[in-house]
Design a protein around this ligand. Structure first.
Ligand code: TXA
Ligand code: MG
Length: 316
């Protein structure tokens, strides 16, 4: 665990324009001072992230929101009251203080307040909002432990270790429209929960650039990865690791990771990236197979990540 001093050193790094990896409620972030374009540029460089993919800004109190956005839309405050701190990102019209490099030139900015004490304290002590993507190489598996971060990004200035993250998949991203909200990325806060606060706007017309999180390929392990189905289950179980949910597909696999003893979708979200990392690092495993789940509620967010992880491998 961290002591106070670690966060002080990390906050000084942020103030000095350096990069810090830190735990959030969802996954580890690779953070920089959001208002310092040169610091933010280092994120894109280290992650090898294309400049068209905008970053989320992390805040620790609601006053910080007010300097970053242009609107005073009261729906934002209703959503913030219900879901912040927590795994919800709101895409909102940005103020001039937000550098273009953060938003890839868009007129909107994604903002969230993470529900993690280390993250909140880091932002507070850094005395600035922190721009942070997930702390992985672009397109690869998101990190849910400090070790996952080190594996992909060994040259970070500082890593705060807060243990395993509690949600396990990235935040739900929404955009507010005149009529309600649209979902740009599914997460554990579901459409149904959001609808209790404001109406869902089904007229999703996303300009390509406004939702790079919708790229078809993402979260990809560096060895063959497929969702279990009749065809992929024939690929050679003796060389394969199974990410198992129901327990019904396990026979014949070289190794099995049971993703949830109690068969709860929340556990699938919490453990899925870790399971991918474990099999990726295991020399006895050549193929990773993941069991699909029904696409209700959190199941949508899980299947979204599994499909994107599989996409590159389906092209080969
Ligand atoms: O849980 C999370 O959201 C994690 C932790 C670290 O906070 N962060 C995260 O960041 O997943 P990243 O960079 O891996 O994904 C951010 C995605 C972008 O790919 C983009 O799709 C979307 O957020 N995004 C950010 N700003 C946007 C904007 N102005 N308009 C539309 N989409 C935006
Ligand atoms: Mg990411």
């Amino acid at each position: 665990m961290n002591n106070l001093n670690d966060i002080n050193i990390a906050a000084q790094c942020i103030k000095d324009g350096k990069l810090v990896a830190f735990p959030t409620d969802t996954v580890y972030g690779l953070g920089a001072n959001a208002l310092n374009p040169l610091a933010v540029a280092k994120i894109f460089e280290l992650k090898e992230r294309p400049s068209f993919d905008p970053l989320i800004i992390h805040i620790s109190n609601i006053q910080q929101l007010e300097i970053l956005i242009l609107t005073t839309d009261e729906r934002i405050y209703k959503l913030a009251e219900k879901f912040w701190p927590g795994p919800l990102t709101m895409v909102l019209p940005k103020s001039r203080i937000v550098p273009d490099i953060v938003t890839s030139g868009l007129s909107t900015v994604g903002i969230r307040m993470p529900d993690n004490d280390i993250a909140l304290e880091l932002i507070c002590k850094s005395e600035c909002p922190i721009a942070a993507p997930s702390a992985n190489k672009f397109g690869r598996i998101s990190p849910t432990t400090a070790a996952h971060v080190k594996k992909q990004l060994p040259n970070i200035d500082y890593i705060l270790d807060g243990g395993k993250t509690k949600v396990g998949i990235e935040s739900t991203i929404i955009k507010l429209t005149e009529f309600g909200f649209q979902i740009l990325r599914n997460g554990i806060i579901t459409k149904e929960e959001l609808e209790k606060i404001i109406p869902f706007d089904g007229n999703l017309k996303i300009e390509k650039i406004s939702a790079p999180g919708m790229l078809k390929s993402h979260y990809s392990p560096n060895k063959m990865f497929f969702i279990a189905n009749n065809a992929t289950l024939k690929l050679g179980k003796s060389r394969a690791g199974l990410i198992s949910f129901s327990g019904e597909l396990e026979k014949g696999f070289r190794k099995v990771i049971k993703i949830s003893e109690r068969k709860d979708l929340k556990d699938y979200a919490v453990n899925m990236f870790e399971a991918m990392h474990t099999f990726e690092d295991d020399n006895e495993i050549e193929i990773i197979i993941a069991e699909p789940v029904y696409e209700n509620g959190i199941g949508k967010a899980i299947m979204d990540r599994l499909r994107k992880a599989e996409f590159t491998w389906l092209q080969k």
